[in-house]
Design a protein around this ligand. Structure first.
Ligand code: AR6
Length: 205
């Protein structure tokens, strides 16, 4: 597993510090796309207009993967804040493709935006659900005056979405919102996701 500081864990986290490998691409004349390899829980840009996105599940009560890492780093108050979000159906606080916002507590960002991506093998239209998850997150971020936002590879872990298809949806949806943000970041823990995201950015941007 890659930890913060990147391969070898050498570098201490710095501003937007997720490790060493970062590549930038123009998303629009006023917005930069940045692709990092590393742990999203260390990412921040300014601590007041930045947010990270969590790949949650519909209960919003935590789990494994990036969700577990975000809850551990944010502390117990994040779970309490999630529990306060009303259920829209029994046990469901955030339906697939939607997003909810909470404070970030011990994390170095202002907010966490929780979204739920599709389970690739059981969703009827996984590409629609995945683009909805990115779009809902970006819309909610914009409404909350977020200027800098970082995403993990939503659905590409336990939910088994293929990285290539996911990266095309992620980057093209980010591009739709490029006028609303100063920077959109992707922070990818898995080497395989990082390489695919870079290649897709080169193809699309
Ligand atoms: N920073 C950045 N990326 C990470 C981190 C991290 N700290 N940890 C894991 N990843 P997953 P999903 C990557 O499984 O597929 C949870 O249990 C990981 O390598 O976290 O949307 C939820 O509660 C992968 O590429 O999310 C749900 O039940 C990507 O994050 C379910 O998993 C997403 O993997 C959601 O599954």
């Amino acid at each position: 597993t890659t930890t913060a500081g990147g391969p070898g864990g050498a570098a201490a986290p710095t501003s937007s510090g997720t490790g060493s490998a970062v590549q930038s691409f123009p998303l629009s004349p006023s917005c930069v796309l940045k692709i990092h390899k590393g742990d999203i829980t260390f990412w921040s840009v300014d601590g007041s207009t930045d947010a990270i996105v969590n790949a949650a599940n519909e209960t919003m009560l935590g789990g494994g993967g990036v969700d577990g890492a975000i809850h551990r780093a944010a502390g117990q108050k994040l779970l309490k804040a999630c529990k306060k979000i009303p259920e829209v159906q029994p046990g469901v606080r955030c339906p697939t493709g939607e997003a909810r916002i909470t404070p970030a507590f011990k994390l170095p960002v202002s907010n966490v935006i929780h979204t739920v991506g599709p389970i690739y093998d059981s969703d009827k239209q996984p590409e629609v659900s995945l683009s909805n998850a990115y779009r809902s997150s970006l819309k909610l971020a914009k409404e909350n005056n977020v200027q800098y936002i970082a995403f993990p590879a939503i659905s590409c872990g336990v939910y088994r979405y293929p990285n290539k298809e996911a990266s095309k949806i992620a980057i093209s949806t980010a591009k739709e919102f490029s006028d609303s943000f100063k920077e959109v970041h992707f922070v990818l823990l898995a080497d395989s996701s990082y390489d695919v995201w870079l290649q897709t950015a080169q193809e699309l941007l």
